[in-house]
Design a binder for this molecule. Sequence first.
Ligand code: DP6
Length: 327
Amino acid sequence: MSDLTATAVACANIAFIKYWGNRDHALRLPANPSLSMNLDGLTARTTVEFNERFQADSFILNDASTTSKGEKRVHLFLEEIRRLAKSNLFAHVESVNTFPTGVGIASSAAAFAALALAGSAALGLNLTEAELSRLARRGSGSACRSVPGGFVEWQMGAGDLDSYAFSIAPADHWDLRDCIAVISAQHKTTGSTEGHALANTSPLQAARVQDADRRMELCRSAILQRDFTALASVVEQDSTIMHAVMMTSQPPLYYWQSATLGVMLAVQEWRRSGMPVCFTIDAGPNVHVLCESAVQSAVTSRLQELPGVQRVITARPGPAAHLISAK
Ligand code: DP6
């Protein structure tokens, strides 16, 4: 091992107010602010070593080498770290996901947050949390939200310098649970990066963006006051507005499957009967079912009974990205 090595761990996150569409694709400057919760236990653990002996960058994910697309993305990100550190050393990156494999949950957010921290620490850059969040954003927009801990807001900012995320409440502020109803483990056909580029082809995107500050305010105060009823209403509306944009893009993006809608309707029914539960859906068919801890086991067993639900994975609010070892 050389001296220029570091290992970092970062959680995935689930957005309560979604990031969809960019003002600047290269810099990943978002069209709207967003808000999320880190997911404890769903992590990427990444080791980066820079070494003058290396002839090129290399990348191993879960003990196997990755696709050329994934490798190019990591290489471009390492270029950014080298630019910041004024270094010309190549790197070897090894990353292990602790997500259950084969369930269709892969997270570029956890991956790039861990890579930003391990890579910058390995080259001796002592970045502030905001600087680290900005850096992670360049790899994957939502990764900037996996740098701070707990409940996290990504302010859009006027440009590269002030578009980063910060914590609005620590992980122990509210014992919410994310019960992920896994509907398909298939790899999605259109990834988020391509999806963001289509957002403006929907006539609904302008309205979604224009209304974003209102939804952010409702969501932020629901979290700060631990008001589940208020949270449920804004989280479901925000998710469905994003999917309306996706479905009306050109070409249209339909991430829902029929089982997805089945879970959505069941969750709303359970809430009407008094259960603190709501749903949110990212760029895939799986449904993230949020609830208070007291009902987590009831929610999990009910979800397992629904048609098309293969399994349920649960997570609590998670911590900030952190270093495991740095020499
Ligand atoms: C639907 O952060 O994955 O999950 O910047 O291209 O990597 P890239 O996109 P990504 O987009 C996330 C989209 C979303 C909503 C969200 O997490 O806010």
